[in-house]
Design a protein. Structure first.
Length: 203
C-alpha cells in the first residue's frame, strides 16, 4: 500500500515538473477615458422666498411677455402665454437649479440629444445633489427625462418629423435642440466648457 502511495506521489511530481510554464505576462492595463463635463454658470438670482410662493411657480421669469406675433390684440394673451408653458419657474428654479452654478458630466453634457442620434446621458452636480438625465432620439422618435443642460427639469415623449438642421456658424456646437446650452436674452448664462482636461470658453 505504501508503495502505491509512493508511486502516485512520484507520478504527480513528474507531471507537474514536465508541464509547460504558463505565460505570466501581465495583462495590459485598461485606459479609462475621463468623462466629458461642462461648467454651467447661471447669472440669474432667484430669492429663496419666491420659491415658496405657489404663484411664482406658474409664472415665466425668463420670458414674462409673450412674443408680439402670438395672439396680437387678444386681451387674454398673457394668460394664454402662461398656460402655454405652465410651471416654467417651478421646473427651472424650484425643483431645477437653473439659477445655480453647477457641473454637468456625461456623454454629451452640453447637449440634450446625441448629435448622431441614439442614447445620451448626463448628471448635473450641485453640492450634494446628483440630478440625472437620459435621452434617446431615432428618426421621428424623441424622448428625454431629467434635468437638462441649463439645470431645468423636463420630460418629452413624442413622435414627430425631425427638424432640419440649419448651417451653424464656426465654433457653434449648440444648434437645434441644444440652443439652451448657450447664452440667451434674460438668462445671462455663460458656459465654460472643459472636456477631458481641455478648456474652452463660450460666451
Amino acid at each position: 500500500m505504501r508503495n502505491l502511495w509512493a508511486v502516485a506521489v512520484v507520478a504527480i511530481s513528474l507531471s507537474t515538473t514536465a508541464a509547460k510554464p504558463r505565460d505570466e505576462r501581465p495583462y495590459p492595463q485598461m485606459k479609462r477615458e475621463p468623462t466629458p463635463f461642462v461648467i454651467i454658470t447661471n447669472e440669474v438670482h432667484i430669492p429663496t422666498a419666491w420659491k415658496f410662493n405657489p404663484v411664482f411657480w406658474f409664472k415665466n421669469y425668463d420670458d414674462p411677455e409673450p412674443p408680439a406675433k402670438m395672439w396680437p390684440g387678444d386681451p387674454h394673451r398673457h394668460f394664454k402665454w402662461y398656460w402655454r408653458n405652465p410651471f416654467h419657474n417651478l421646473t427651472f428654479y424650484v425643483i431645477g437649479i437653473a439659477d445655480k452654478t453647477f457641473v454637468r458630466a456625461g456623454q454629451f453634457p452640453a447637449r440634450t440629444f446625441a448629435p448622431d442620434g441614439g442614447w445620451n446621458w448626463a448628471v448635473s452636480k450641485y453640492k450634494c445633489l446628483r440630478l440625472p438625465f437620459v435621452s434617446y432620439q431615432r428618426g421621428s422618435f424623441r424622448f428625454y427625462f431629467g434635468w437638462r443642460n441649463r439645470g431645468n427639469f423636463g420630460f418629452e415623449f413624442k413622435f414627430s418629423e425631425p427638424k432640419k438642421k440649419l448651417p451653424s456658424k464656426q465654433g457653434d456646437q449648440s444648434a437645434g435642440d441644444d440652443a439652451g446650452a448657450r447664452s440667451s436674452p434674460g438668462s445671462g448664462r455663460i458656459i465654460a466648457t472643459s472636456m477631458a482636461g481641455r478648456n474652452r470658453n463660450e460666451a
